[in-house]
Design a protein around this ligand. Structure first.
Ligand SMILES: [Zn+2]
Length: 104
């Protein structure tokens, strides 16, 4: 069996390279909305975060998302994303399980 190369992305908070599917994508849509994109399919400029609340909090503290998305992310957006992030954790695991097809 040939091992397929795993796409890697960098967490904007802790700067660690991680397999893309272990990261949560935050996207800035063409409409100017900032939202969590669990399936990595939305169009727009994306930034990646570890699926860990600690990294989200770090990104919120040092405005890493603002820099990565090249747009100001307001405090209210960070608050909303944090709620979504917490809610998303279970769904994120489910999506990971569902898409974990070709790397084992
Ligand atoms: Zn991280």
């Amino acid at each position: 069996m040939k091992q397929r190369k795993i796409p890697m992305r960098k967490c904007v908070a802790c700067q660690e390279m991680m397999p893309k599917k272990e990261l949560i994508r935050v996207v800035r849509t063409p409409e100017g909305e900032t939202e969590i994109d669990l399936r990595g399919k939305k169009s727009g400029r994306g930034a990646y975060l570890c699926g860990k609340l600690s990294c989200f909090k770090l990104a919120s503290k040092n405005k890493a998302l603002d820099r990565a998305l090249k747009a100001p992310v307001g405090a209210d957006i960070y608050r909303r994303l944090e709620q979504d992030f917490i809610k998303s954790e279970d769904e994120f695991r489910a999506v990971q399980a569902e898409t974990g097809d070709d790397d084992e």
